[in-house]
Write a protein that binds this ligand. Structure first.
Ligand code: ATP
Ligand code: MG
Length: 425
Protein backbone atom coordinates (compact mmCIF):
# COMPACT_ATOMS: atom_id res chain seq x y z
CA UNK A 1 0.00 0.00 0.00
CA UNK A 2 1.17 3.52 -0.72
CA UNK A 3 2.02 5.85 2.15
CA UNK A 4 -0.97 7.96 3.12
CA UNK A 5 -0.89 11.75 3.11
CA UNK A 6 -2.56 13.06 6.24
CA UNK A 7 -4.47 16.27 6.88
CA UNK A 8 -2.67 19.35 8.19
CA UNK A 9 -2.46 19.51 11.98
CA UNK A 10 -5.14 21.78 13.39
CA UNK A 11 -7.30 21.49 10.27
CA UNK A 12 -10.15 19.15 10.99
CA UNK A 13 -12.35 16.99 8.83
CA UNK A 14 -16.01 17.16 9.73
CA UNK A 15 -17.44 13.68 9.33
CA UNK A 16 -21.14 12.74 8.99
CA UNK A 17 -21.69 12.62 12.77
CA UNK A 18 -20.09 16.05 13.11
CA UNK A 19 -21.91 17.69 10.23
CA UNK A 20 -25.22 16.50 11.61
CA UNK A 21 -24.50 18.52 14.78
CA UNK A 22 -23.00 21.45 12.88
CA UNK A 23 -26.07 21.74 10.66
CA UNK A 24 -28.38 21.93 13.66
CA UNK A 25 -26.30 24.69 15.22
CA UNK A 26 -25.84 26.59 11.94
CA UNK A 27 -29.60 26.51 11.46
CA UNK A 28 -30.15 28.23 14.81
CA UNK A 29 -27.52 30.85 13.92
CA UNK A 30 -29.00 31.53 10.47
CA UNK A 31 -32.55 31.69 11.79
CA UNK A 32 -31.55 34.09 14.55
CA UNK A 33 -29.72 36.61 12.36
CA UNK A 34 -32.55 36.39 9.82
CA UNK A 35 -35.10 37.07 12.54
CA UNK A 36 -33.23 40.32 13.25
CA UNK A 37 -33.39 41.29 9.57
CA UNK A 38 -29.67 40.87 8.83
CA UNK A 39 -28.40 40.02 5.32
CA UNK A 40 -25.75 37.47 4.43
CA UNK A 41 -22.53 38.40 2.61
CA UNK A 42 -19.91 35.97 1.33
CA UNK A 43 -16.36 37.14 0.86
CA UNK A 44 -13.31 35.40 -0.60
CA UNK A 45 -11.20 33.33 1.78
CA UNK A 46 -8.01 34.89 0.41
CA UNK A 47 -7.27 38.63 0.46
CA UNK A 48 -4.22 40.79 -0.07
CA UNK A 49 -1.96 40.53 2.97
CA UNK A 50 -1.80 44.30 3.35
CA UNK A 51 -5.55 44.41 3.98
CA UNK A 52 -5.10 42.43 7.20
CA UNK A 53 -1.96 44.33 8.20
CA UNK A 54 -3.79 47.62 7.88
CA UNK A 55 -7.03 46.47 9.46
CA UNK A 56 -5.89 44.26 12.30
CA UNK A 57 -2.66 46.11 13.12
CA UNK A 58 0.99 45.23 12.51
CA UNK A 59 1.78 44.53 16.15
CA UNK A 60 -1.00 42.11 16.97
CA UNK A 61 -0.61 38.36 17.53
CA UNK A 62 -2.67 37.65 14.45
CA UNK A 63 -0.51 39.64 12.03
CA UNK A 64 2.83 39.05 13.76
CA UNK A 65 2.61 35.31 14.16
CA UNK A 66 -0.60 33.71 13.02
CA UNK A 67 -1.27 34.50 9.36
CA UNK A 68 -1.03 31.99 6.56
CA UNK A 69 0.67 34.26 4.04
CA UNK A 70 2.13 33.33 0.69
CA UNK A 71 3.14 34.69 -2.66
CA UNK A 72 1.01 33.40 -5.51
CA UNK A 73 2.24 32.57 -8.99
CA UNK A 74 2.00 36.21 -10.09
CA UNK A 75 4.04 37.37 -7.11
CA UNK A 76 1.08 38.91 -5.23
CA UNK A 77 1.28 38.80 -1.42
CA UNK A 78 -1.84 37.07 -0.19
CA UNK A 79 -3.15 35.62 3.06
CA UNK A 80 -5.83 33.20 4.10
CA UNK A 81 -8.27 35.29 6.11
CA UNK A 82 -7.61 35.12 9.86
CA UNK A 83 -10.94 36.84 10.60
CA UNK A 84 -13.86 38.25 8.63
CA UNK A 85 -14.18 41.91 9.53
CA UNK A 86 -11.37 43.19 7.30
CA UNK A 87 -12.73 41.45 4.20
CA UNK A 88 -16.27 42.50 4.97
CA UNK A 89 -15.26 46.16 5.33
CA UNK A 90 -13.22 45.94 2.12
CA UNK A 91 -16.20 44.49 0.24
CA UNK A 92 -18.53 47.16 1.61
CA UNK A 93 -16.23 49.99 0.55
CA UNK A 94 -15.52 48.41 -2.83
CA UNK A 95 -19.22 47.95 -3.63
CA UNK A 96 -20.31 51.22 -2.07
CA UNK A 97 -22.56 49.59 0.52
CA UNK A 98 -21.78 51.81 3.46
CA UNK A 99 -21.51 55.34 2.08
CA UNK A 100 -24.34 57.21 3.82
CA UNK A 101 -26.17 53.96 4.39
CA UNK A 102 -26.91 51.56 7.13
CA UNK A 103 -26.05 47.87 6.75
CA UNK A 104 -26.62 44.91 9.02
CA UNK A 105 -24.65 41.99 7.66
CA UNK A 106 -23.54 38.49 8.63
CA UNK A 107 -21.32 35.77 7.23
CA UNK A 108 -20.18 32.33 8.21
CA UNK A 109 -17.13 30.39 7.12
CA UNK A 110 -13.59 29.17 7.73
CA UNK A 111 -10.80 31.35 9.14
CA UNK A 112 -7.11 30.45 9.34
CA UNK A 113 -4.55 31.17 12.03
CA UNK A 114 -1.22 29.45 12.53
CA UNK A 115 -1.61 28.78 16.25
CA UNK A 116 -0.62 25.82 18.40
CA UNK A 117 -3.48 23.36 17.95
CA UNK A 118 -5.21 22.33 21.16
CA UNK A 119 -8.73 21.88 22.47
CA UNK A 120 -10.79 24.82 21.21
CA UNK A 121 -7.89 26.23 19.17
CA UNK A 122 -7.32 25.14 15.59
CA UNK A 123 -5.56 26.37 12.48
CA UNK A 124 -8.69 26.24 10.40
CA UNK A 125 -11.71 27.21 12.43
CA UNK A 126 -15.12 28.67 11.65
CA UNK A 127 -16.76 31.89 12.65
CA UNK A 128 -20.12 33.44 12.24
CA UNK A 129 -19.51 37.16 12.01
CA UNK A 130 -22.00 39.99 12.25
CA UNK A 131 -21.12 43.53 11.20
CA UNK A 132 -23.31 46.63 11.38
CA UNK A 133 -22.42 49.87 9.60
CA UNK A 134 -23.76 53.41 9.86
CA UNK A 135 -25.12 53.36 13.41
CA UNK A 136 -23.36 54.94 16.36
CA UNK A 137 -25.65 54.67 19.37
CA UNK A 138 -25.44 52.18 22.21
CA UNK A 139 -28.82 50.81 21.09
CA UNK A 140 -27.25 48.88 18.22
CA UNK A 141 -24.46 47.59 20.51
CA UNK A 142 -27.22 46.34 22.81
CA UNK A 143 -29.01 44.77 19.84
CA UNK A 144 -25.91 42.75 18.91
CA UNK A 145 -25.44 41.53 22.46
CA UNK A 146 -29.16 40.69 22.66
CA UNK A 147 -28.86 38.80 19.39
CA UNK A 148 -26.03 36.64 20.74
CA UNK A 149 -27.97 36.15 23.98
CA UNK A 150 -30.99 34.90 22.04
CA UNK A 151 -28.73 32.36 20.32
CA UNK A 152 -27.58 31.05 23.70
CA UNK A 153 -31.19 30.88 24.86
CA UNK A 154 -32.30 28.89 21.83
CA UNK A 155 -29.42 26.47 22.41
CA UNK A 156 -30.12 26.22 26.15
CA UNK A 157 -26.76 27.63 27.30
CA UNK A 158 -27.71 31.13 28.44
CA UNK A 159 -26.59 30.29 31.98
CA UNK A 160 -23.28 28.81 30.86
CA UNK A 161 -21.79 31.96 29.37
CA UNK A 162 -20.75 35.09 31.15
CA UNK A 163 -20.89 38.42 29.35
CA UNK A 164 -17.80 40.51 29.99
CA UNK A 165 -18.03 44.13 29.06
CA UNK A 166 -15.63 47.04 28.77
CA UNK A 167 -15.26 50.34 26.99
CA UNK A 168 -12.04 51.25 25.20
CA UNK A 169 -13.00 54.91 24.88
CA UNK A 170 -12.06 57.06 21.90
CA UNK A 171 -8.72 57.05 20.09
CA UNK A 172 -7.77 60.32 21.83
CA UNK A 173 -8.67 58.99 25.26
CA UNK A 174 -6.68 55.84 24.61
CA UNK A 175 -3.66 57.86 23.45
CA UNK A 176 -3.67 59.86 26.69
CA UNK A 177 -4.07 56.69 28.72
CA UNK A 178 -1.37 54.92 26.77
CA UNK A 179 1.22 57.42 27.99
CA UNK A 180 0.26 56.87 31.61
CA UNK A 181 0.18 53.10 31.16
CA UNK A 182 3.60 52.98 29.51
CA UNK A 183 5.05 55.01 32.39
CA UNK A 184 3.54 52.55 34.85
CA UNK A 185 4.79 49.52 32.92
CA UNK A 186 8.28 50.99 32.64
CA UNK A 187 8.33 51.44 36.41
CA UNK A 188 7.62 47.70 36.79
CA UNK A 189 9.53 46.58 33.72
CA UNK A 190 11.83 44.03 35.40
CA UNK A 191 8.87 42.14 36.83
CA UNK A 192 7.07 41.77 33.49
CA UNK A 193 7.08 38.60 31.41
CA UNK A 194 8.77 38.65 28.00
CA UNK A 195 5.55 39.25 26.00
CA UNK A 196 4.53 42.14 28.23
CA UNK A 197 8.00 43.67 28.03
CA UNK A 198 7.84 43.61 24.28
CA UNK A 199 4.30 44.99 24.19
CA UNK A 200 5.08 47.84 26.58
CA UNK A 201 6.47 49.78 23.66
CA UNK A 202 4.70 48.22 20.69
CA UNK A 203 1.13 47.74 21.95
CA UNK A 204 0.89 48.55 25.65
CA UNK A 205 -2.88 48.08 25.91
CA UNK A 206 -2.40 44.43 25.00
CA UNK A 207 -0.41 44.00 28.21
CA UNK A 208 -3.73 44.37 30.02
CA UNK A 209 -5.01 41.07 28.67
CA UNK A 210 -1.92 39.09 29.66
CA UNK A 211 -2.48 35.63 31.10
CA UNK A 212 0.63 35.90 33.31
CA UNK A 213 -0.53 35.77 36.96
CA UNK A 214 2.36 37.92 38.24
CA UNK A 215 1.67 40.64 35.67
CA UNK A 216 -2.07 40.51 36.46
CA UNK A 217 -1.19 41.19 40.10
CA UNK A 218 1.04 44.14 39.15
CA UNK A 219 -1.68 45.56 36.90
CA UNK A 220 -4.07 45.91 39.84
CA UNK A 221 -2.32 49.20 40.64
CA UNK A 222 -2.09 50.37 37.03
CA UNK A 223 -3.88 53.53 35.90
CA UNK A 224 -7.41 52.89 34.64
CA UNK A 225 -8.51 53.72 31.11
CA UNK A 226 -11.92 54.74 32.45
CA UNK A 227 -10.31 57.62 34.34
CA UNK A 228 -9.53 59.14 30.93
CA UNK A 229 -13.09 58.92 29.59
CA UNK A 230 -14.86 62.11 28.53
CA UNK A 231 -18.60 62.73 28.69
CA UNK A 232 -19.42 61.13 25.32
CA UNK A 233 -17.69 57.86 26.11
CA UNK A 234 -19.30 57.73 29.53
CA UNK A 235 -22.75 58.42 28.10
CA UNK A 236 -22.32 55.72 25.44
CA UNK A 237 -21.23 53.11 27.96
CA UNK A 238 -23.89 54.06 30.52
CA UNK A 239 -26.49 53.93 27.73
CA UNK A 240 -25.46 50.43 26.75
CA UNK A 241 -25.52 49.24 30.36
CA UNK A 242 -29.01 50.64 30.83
CA UNK A 243 -30.28 48.80 27.73
CA UNK A 244 -28.73 45.55 28.91
CA UNK A 245 -30.17 45.98 32.40
CA UNK A 246 -33.60 46.54 30.90
CA UNK A 247 -33.28 43.50 28.66
CA UNK A 248 -32.34 41.43 31.71
CA UNK A 249 -28.93 40.55 30.25
CA UNK A 250 -26.37 40.24 33.04
CA UNK A 251 -22.75 41.25 32.55
CA UNK A 252 -19.57 41.76 34.48
CA UNK A 253 -17.30 44.72 33.89
CA UNK A 254 -13.77 43.69 32.99
CA UNK A 255 -11.37 46.59 32.54
CA UNK A 256 -8.64 44.19 31.37
CA UNK A 257 -10.74 43.23 28.34
CA UNK A 258 -9.04 44.93 25.37
CA UNK A 259 -9.49 42.28 22.61
CA UNK A 260 -6.69 41.12 20.37
CA UNK A 261 -7.22 43.31 17.33
CA UNK A 262 -6.29 46.97 17.09
CA UNK A 263 -9.40 48.35 15.48
CA UNK A 264 -11.76 48.49 18.44
CA UNK A 265 -13.07 51.56 20.28
CA UNK A 266 -15.83 52.18 22.86
CA UNK A 267 -17.80 48.97 23.45
CA UNK A 268 -15.97 45.65 23.60
CA UNK A 269 -17.46 42.42 24.89
CA UNK A 270 -16.81 38.71 25.18
CA UNK A 271 -19.00 35.75 26.08
CA UNK A 272 -16.89 33.42 28.18
CA UNK A 273 -17.40 29.94 29.60
CA UNK A 274 -15.42 28.06 32.23
CA UNK A 275 -16.48 24.69 30.76
CA UNK A 276 -13.85 24.56 28.01
CA UNK A 277 -10.62 25.14 29.88
CA UNK A 278 -8.27 27.85 28.65
CA UNK A 279 -10.11 28.44 25.36
CA UNK A 280 -13.19 29.87 27.07
CA UNK A 281 -14.12 32.77 24.80
CA UNK A 282 -16.93 31.65 22.53
CA UNK A 283 -17.80 35.03 21.07
CA UNK A 284 -16.18 38.44 21.05
CA UNK A 285 -16.87 41.75 19.48
CA UNK A 286 -17.12 45.47 19.76
CA UNK A 287 -17.21 48.81 18.06
CA UNK A 288 -14.67 49.77 15.40
CA UNK A 289 -15.66 53.26 14.25
CA UNK A 290 -12.28 54.05 12.69
CA UNK A 291 -11.78 51.00 10.48
CA UNK A 292 -13.82 51.91 7.40
CA UNK A 293 -11.91 55.17 7.03
CA UNK A 294 -8.61 53.44 7.79
CA UNK A 295 -9.29 51.09 4.88
CA UNK A 296 -10.03 53.87 2.43
CA UNK A 297 -13.77 54.47 2.89
CA UNK A 298 -15.64 57.50 4.18
CA UNK A 299 -15.84 57.73 7.98
CA UNK A 300 -18.49 55.18 9.01
CA UNK A 301 -19.49 53.96 12.44
CA UNK A 302 -19.36 50.22 12.84
CA UNK A 303 -19.86 47.46 15.38
CA UNK A 304 -19.70 43.68 15.13
CA UNK A 305 -18.78 40.37 16.67
CA UNK A 306 -17.24 37.02 15.79
CA UNK A 307 -18.55 33.76 17.15
CA UNK A 308 -16.34 30.67 17.12
CA UNK A 309 -18.34 27.68 15.93
CA UNK A 310 -15.90 25.00 17.15
CA UNK A 311 -15.97 26.38 20.69
CA UNK A 312 -19.74 26.82 20.65
CA UNK A 313 -20.25 23.25 19.43
CA UNK A 314 -17.68 21.87 21.88
CA UNK A 315 -19.59 23.59 24.67
CA UNK A 316 -22.93 22.23 23.46
CA UNK A 317 -21.52 18.70 23.21
CA UNK A 318 -19.85 18.97 26.63
CA UNK A 319 -23.17 19.97 28.16
CA UNK A 320 -25.15 17.40 26.20
CA UNK A 321 -27.23 20.10 24.48
CA UNK A 322 -26.86 18.64 20.97
CA UNK A 323 -26.45 15.15 19.59
CA UNK A 324 -26.02 13.73 16.09
CA UNK A 325 -29.33 13.19 14.37
CA UNK A 326 -30.13 10.33 11.99
CA UNK A 327 -30.22 11.40 8.36
CA UNK A 328 -32.75 8.81 7.22
CA UNK A 329 -36.46 8.81 8.06
CA UNK A 330 -37.75 6.18 5.64
CA UNK A 331 -35.87 3.16 4.29
CA UNK A 332 -37.31 1.37 1.25
CA UNK A 333 -36.62 -2.38 1.02
CA UNK A 334 -37.72 -4.99 -1.48
CA UNK A 335 -37.34 -8.41 -2.92
CA UNK A 336 -38.58 -10.44 -5.86
CA UNK A 337 -38.99 -10.06 -9.59
CA UNK A 338 -39.13 -6.39 -10.64
CA UNK A 339 -38.64 -5.06 -7.12
CA UNK A 340 -35.50 -3.05 -7.80
CA UNK A 341 -37.21 -0.95 -10.48
CA UNK A 342 -40.32 -0.55 -8.34
CA UNK A 343 -38.26 0.53 -5.30
CA UNK A 344 -36.64 3.34 -7.29
CA UNK A 345 -40.09 4.50 -8.43
CA UNK A 346 -41.69 4.30 -5.00
CA UNK A 347 -38.77 6.14 -3.36
CA UNK A 348 -39.11 8.97 -5.84
CA UNK A 349 -42.87 9.06 -5.36
CA UNK A 350 -42.47 9.30 -1.57
CA UNK A 351 -39.83 12.03 -1.78
CA UNK A 352 -42.25 14.13 -3.81
CA UNK A 353 -45.21 13.36 -1.56
CA UNK A 354 -43.26 13.98 1.65
CA UNK A 355 -41.19 17.18 1.38
CA UNK A 356 -38.62 17.42 4.14
CA UNK A 357 -38.65 13.67 4.76
CA UNK A 358 -35.46 11.74 3.98
CA UNK A 359 -36.19 8.61 1.95
CA UNK A 360 -33.30 6.22 1.34
CA UNK A 361 -33.69 3.43 -1.15
CA UNK A 362 -31.94 0.15 -0.40
CA UNK A 363 -29.48 -0.76 -3.13
CA UNK A 364 -27.55 -3.94 -3.68
CA UNK A 365 -30.21 -6.59 -3.16
CA UNK A 366 -29.94 -9.30 -0.49
CA UNK A 367 -32.55 -10.88 1.71
CA UNK A 368 -35.01 -8.92 3.88
CA UNK A 369 -33.08 -9.68 7.07
CA UNK A 370 -29.99 -7.97 5.68
CA UNK A 371 -32.06 -5.07 4.35
CA UNK A 372 -33.80 -4.46 7.69
CA UNK A 373 -30.42 -4.48 9.39
CA UNK A 374 -29.47 -1.59 7.08
CA UNK A 375 -32.70 0.23 7.98
CA UNK A 376 -31.72 -0.10 11.66
CA UNK A 377 -28.18 1.01 10.99
CA UNK A 378 -29.48 4.24 9.45
CA UNK A 379 -31.96 4.63 12.35
CA UNK A 380 -34.88 4.80 9.93
CA UNK A 381 -38.21 5.27 11.67
CA UNK A 382 -40.20 3.69 8.87
CA UNK A 383 -39.50 0.79 6.52
CA UNK A 384 -41.41 0.60 3.24
CA UNK A 385 -41.54 -2.97 1.94
CA UNK A 386 -42.02 -3.97 -1.67
CA UNK A 387 -42.50 -7.59 -2.70
CA UNK A 388 -44.12 -9.24 -5.67
CA UNK A 389 -47.63 -8.95 -4.20
CA UNK A 390 -47.16 -5.21 -3.51
CA UNK A 391 -46.04 -4.74 -7.10
CA UNK A 392 -49.11 -6.59 -8.35
CA UNK A 393 -51.47 -4.60 -6.05
CA UNK A 394 -49.86 -1.17 -6.68
CA UNK A 395 -49.36 -1.03 -2.92
CA UNK A 396 -46.61 -0.90 -0.30
CA UNK A 397 -46.31 -2.45 3.13
CA UNK A 398 -45.32 -0.07 5.89
CA UNK A 399 -43.54 -0.98 9.10
CA UNK A 400 -43.06 1.30 12.10
CA UNK A 401 -39.42 0.69 13.06
CA UNK A 402 -39.72 2.64 16.32
CA UNK A 403 -42.38 0.35 17.80
CA UNK A 404 -41.47 -3.33 18.08
CA UNK A 405 -45.10 -4.38 18.73
CA UNK A 406 -46.61 -2.49 15.80
CA UNK A 407 -47.96 -4.71 13.00
CA UNK A 408 -46.80 -3.97 9.49
CA UNK A 409 -49.66 -3.02 7.21
CA UNK A 410 -50.30 -2.85 3.48
CA UNK A 411 -51.55 0.41 1.93
CA UNK A 412 -52.48 1.42 -1.61
CA UNK A 413 -49.59 3.57 -2.87
CA UNK A 414 -51.71 6.75 -2.83
CA UNK A 415 -52.38 6.28 0.90
CA UNK A 416 -48.76 5.48 1.76
CA UNK A 417 -47.61 9.07 2.33
CA UNK A 418 -50.33 9.72 4.93
CA UNK A 419 -49.55 6.48 6.73
CA UNK A 420 -45.85 7.43 6.92
CA UNK A 421 -46.69 10.94 8.10
CA UNK A 422 -48.76 9.45 10.92
CA UNK A 423 -45.78 7.42 12.13
CA UNK A 424 -43.25 10.26 11.77
CA UNK A 425 -45.61 12.57 13.67
P1 ATP B 1 -8.36 33.82 21.77
O1 ATP B 1 -8.21 34.81 22.86
O2 ATP B 1 -8.99 32.56 22.24
O3 ATP B 1 -7.11 33.61 20.99
P2 ATP B 1 -9.19 35.76 19.85
O4 ATP B 1 -9.37 36.99 20.66
O5 ATP B 1 -7.95 35.60 19.08
O6 ATP B 1 -9.43 34.45 20.76
P3 ATP B 1 -11.17 36.63 17.97
O7 ATP B 1 -10.22 37.12 16.97
O8 ATP B 1 -11.92 37.59 18.78
O9 ATP B 1 -10.45 35.56 18.93
O10 ATP B 1 -12.20 35.62 17.24
C1 ATP B 1 -13.54 35.47 17.69
C2 ATP B 1 -13.80 34.06 18.14
O11 ATP B 1 -13.30 33.11 17.21
C3 ATP B 1 -13.15 33.67 19.44
O12 ATP B 1 -13.89 34.12 20.53
C4 ATP B 1 -13.14 32.17 19.35
O13 ATP B 1 -14.39 31.63 19.71
C5 ATP B 1 -12.90 31.94 17.89
N1 ATP B 1 -11.49 31.63 17.63
C6 ATP B 1 -10.45 32.49 17.50
N2 ATP B 1 -9.31 31.84 17.21
C7 ATP B 1 -9.62 30.53 17.16
C8 ATP B 1 -8.89 29.33 16.88
N3 ATP B 1 -7.59 29.36 16.59
N4 ATP B 1 -9.56 28.14 16.90
C9 ATP B 1 -10.86 28.09 17.18
N5 ATP B 1 -11.62 29.18 17.44
C10 ATP B 1 -11.02 30.38 17.43
MG1 MG C 1 -6.19 34.48 19.38
Amino acid sequence: MALMVQAIRGMNDLLPEDTSVWQQVEKVLRETVSSYGYSEVRMPIVEKTKLFCRAIGEVTDVVEKEMYSFEDRSGDHLSLRPEGTAGCVRACIEHNLVYNQEQRLWYMGPMFRHERPQKGRYRQFHQMGVEVFGLDGPDIDAELIALTYSIWKKLGIENELELQLNSLGSAEERAAYREALVKFLEAHFDDLDEDSKRRTHTNPLRVLDTKDEKVIEILKDAPKLSDYFGEQTKAHFDGLRKFLDNLGIKYVLNDRLVRGLDYYNLTVFEWVTTALGAQGTVCGGGRYDGLVEQLGGAPTKAVGFGLGLERLILLLLTLGKVAPKPNVDVYVVGSGEGSEMRMLEVSNFLRQALPGVAVMNHCGGGNFKKQFKKADKFCAKVAVIIGESEIANNSVTIKNMTDKDAQQQEYPLDKAADAIKAILG
